[in-house]
Design a protein. Structure first.
Length: 390
């Protein structure tokens, strides 16, 4: 790729606005434990014609990504996943426009490639060599792959209940894998205990600012692939929430750039009935969530997140966009997964199946209207989850 200047110019605490030095590695605001958000210089116009002829990867939005120098990009071809029409299910459930963005075709089989491709590339630019992460599976696979490609080192901490395929995936790419009893918060605690001297760069969701910048490219792509006319509803499976927050950040940036005229999208967060801290906070009208005490095991490993570090940002996105949050049971996820496979010929991740079930329920409740364009996110391939589904 030719050299293109980024407009990245600041990192701020999203609540206090406190600014951080962008020439050094920064994690999160240590004063009040809030995520840091990358900002871009919007003072000069940027014409969307610049996209013409650029490669179909997430790096095509280069000006709005935080790397200074292209030589540090570690890429496996992530991004520009298809938006597919769900013809049969659309007719069956009487939706006017129903589409699904299929993230399973990304490197290592999930949307996590975007966030970790970006975070590892930016850390690479800042001279970081060794990383660590607590993961429900997909993020560990992605970190392992980008570290392998960049000759860097990955330390993975995953719950024992994670399907074995994820463990194998990380090991085969040369990562050091630690399997931990309990849920992802227990894995995070084990990681921190092993990293008291800070030898590893911790890329836990939103505890560094750049996974969010990679995930936001889903929003840029949705806009571009729909010819700059956004859907009315986006339904997203929410664990740590980076994708949901990222898509919304992208839409607001696109509006500021003048690449879209309107921002009609209501953002919907989907969780499981056994672990739904965001749903509970949303239903109570709160702006923060409380850690979920006993998160139940689920076939959708990525949704077993008892406390999202970005909980306030998730809830802010839901309120700002006029969206909502709902929880789906294990049985409903399983039958949605089978229905989608038999009707549309596609093996969704359990997280994606939760989204499909949520779409039907919101339509039934008339929260989604017939005329709405509804876009679902299938965040990963179903194949790695086989052992959850036998
Ligand atoms: C397939 C899948 N979907 C959704 C999620 C939740 O993603 P987020 O942390 O962006 O909310 C995960 C997280 O592991 C995942 O693997």
């Amino acid at each position: 790729m030719s050299k293109i200047n980024t407009r990245y110019n600041a990192l701020i605490n999203h609540e206090s606005g406190k600014s951080y030095d962008i020439s050094k590695p920064q994690s999160f605001c240590t004063e009040d434990h809030e995520p840091l958000i990358a900002q871009y210089d919007m003072s000069q116009p940027l014409n969307k014609g610049i996209l013409q002829g650029r490669p179909h990867t997430m790096w095509r939005y280069r000006e709005m990504l935080p790397l200074w120098d292209d030589q540090y990009i570690i890429s496996l071809g992530e991004g520009f996943t298809p938006v597919m029409s769900m013809e049969k299910l659309k007719a069956k459930y009487n939706f006017k426009q129903l589409t699904l963005k299929e993230e399973g075709g990304n490197p290592t089989g999930s949307f996590k490639a975007r966030g970790l491709g970006m975070a590892v590339s930016k850390a690479n630019e800042l001279g970081i060599k060794e990383f660590s992460i607590p993961t429900a599976g997909n993020a560990g696979s992605a970190l392992s792959a980008y570290c392998a490609k960049g000759s860097l080192k990955a330390n993975i901490f995953m719950p024992k209940a994670t399907p074995k395929m994820f463990q194998l995936d990380c090991q085969i790419m040369g990562a050091s894998v630690n399997v931990v009893e309990g849920n992802i918060s227990d894995s995070a605690a084990a990681m921190r205990a092993a990293n008291t001297d800070g030898k590893w760069w911790d890329v836990t969701t939103l505890k560094e600012p750049f996974r969010l910048e990679g995930k936001k490219t889903m929003g840029y792509e949705i806009a571009e692939q729909l010819n700059w006319k956004l859907p009315d509803v986006i339904i997203y499976p929410t664990g740590g929430g980076t994708g949901l927050i990222g898509i919304w950040k992208a839409f607001k940036e696109l509006k500021e750039l003048g690449w879209i005229d309107e921002l009609p999208t209501r953002m919907v967060a989907v969780q499981t009935t056994g672990c739904d801290p965001i749903v509970q906070a949303f239903e109570a009208g709160l702006h923060s969530s409380t850690p979920y005490e006993h998160p139940a095991e689920t076939i959708a490993n990525g949704l077993r997140v008892p406390h999202a570090f970005g909980h306030k940002l998730i809830l802010k996105t839901l309120y700002e966009s006029g969206g909502c949050a709902l929880a789906v049971s294990e049985d409903d996820m399983k039958s949605a997964l089978s229905e989608y496979a038999t009707e549309e010929g596609h093996f969704l991740s359990p997280e994606g199946a939760a989204v499909w079930h949520a779409a039907k329920r919101l339509k039934e409740e008339n929260w989604i209207k017939h005329d709405d364009h509804v876009l679902l996110l299938n965040t990963g391939s179903g194949y790695k989850y086989a052992e959850n589904l036998w």
